[in-house]
Design a protein around this ligand. Structure first.
Ligand SMILES: [Zn+2]
Length: 300
């Protein structure tokens, strides 16, 4: 089975934070049967352009070190193979694209195939959901999104607000994805997508990777188990998401985990929980990874 995960903050942890006790290690990716792990380059809240550039250099250098240790880079999800771990670069927070459209092709050449318009701060492109929901993409944001789409970079809606979400859906030409988000109906949090957003995302041929962070999955103080994740996937399917839903763990970026899902080695337990809920082998293969590959065919 090809298994893909559309979000982990491992490069940021190694290059800019605390590199010990990482969730994502090659051994665990192998144990969990992960075929494609997307590794985000994360900006954070510092919008000083020279700091951002230094941070990206550090994360790219960390990636080169991993590759020297044998980690493989995929430049397209179609390179995913069963039984082989590959990684692919993404960007979380497009502050790095603020200096001009040329920066987008620069990172595309490095292998970046997914980019989240914002993290939790307003930037040159748009406004995140935690700031407000009604201010759409900035004119440069719209231009930058179109340039990403031209270069076959998946435009990532996770963290973006609702008005920005609809600007991308209504004013640009390729379906976006949400690399690490959950259902707002099941957990009322601005990081999650409303039912209407999910329906419209699926109608547009988009994709969503389910975030594993308990704070996005259950209301405060409620237990979070593998079944909670299955509930969110069920809900997405009820809204038309069959063939457009997968995993976006957020490993190395989250401070707590669902019971039984500590790191990538536990992915088989999540597949088992989905199987126990009645998902067919074909559905399981889609959710595990094939649906992401199909999404990239739609934008390519
Ligand atoms: Zn995030």
């Amino acid at each position: 089975m090809i298994l893909c995960d559309t979000h982990a903050d491992t490069l940021y942890r190694i290059a800019c934070d605390k590199p010990e006790n990482l969730d994502v290690t090659m051994k665990r990716l192998e144990e969990g049967g992960v075929s494609l792990q997307v590794l985000a380059m994360f900006v954070g809240e510092d919008d000083n352009p020279s700091h951002i550039e230094k941070r990206f250099e550090a994360m790219l250098a960390a990636y080169e070190t991993l590759k020297a240790q044998g980690w493989k880079q995929a430049f397209d999800p179609s390179e995913a193979e069963e039984g082989v771990v590959k990684t692919m670069l993404s960007i979380e927070g497009c502050e790095v694209f603020a200096p001009g459209l040329h920066t987008i092709s620069h990172y595309r050449e490095k292998g970046v195939r997914m980019a989240a318009v914002t993290w939790n701060y307003e930037n040159a492109l748009g406004i995140p959901a935690c700031v407000n929901e009604d201010q759409g993409l900035k004119p440069y944001g719209l231009e930058a999104v179109k340039e990403m789409q031209r270069l076959k970079i998946a435009v990532d809606l996770s963290h973006l607000n609702i008005a920005g979400f609809y600007d991308i859906l209504n004013k640009t030409f390729a379906p976006p994805l949400a690399s690490h988000s959950c259902c707002r109906k099941l957990r009322d949090h601005p990081r999650n997508l409303t039912d209407q957003q999910l329906k419209d995302l699926f109608k547009a041929g988009g994709y969503i990777g389910l975030n594993f962070y308990p704070a996005f999955l259950v209301e405060e103080c409620q237990p979070c188990t593998l079944n909670t994740l299955v509930d969110h996937i069920d809900h997405m399917h009820q809204l038309g998401g069959e063939g457009m839903v997968g995993f976006g763990s957020d490993f190395d970026g989250i401070s707590s985990k669902p019971e039984g899902l500590d790191n990538p080695a536990d992915f088989p337990k999540l597949i088992d929980a989905l199987r126990a809920r009645g998902y067919s082998q074909k559905h399981l293969e889609g959710i595990a990874g094939l649906s992401l590959l199909e999404y990239y065919e739609r934008i390519g």
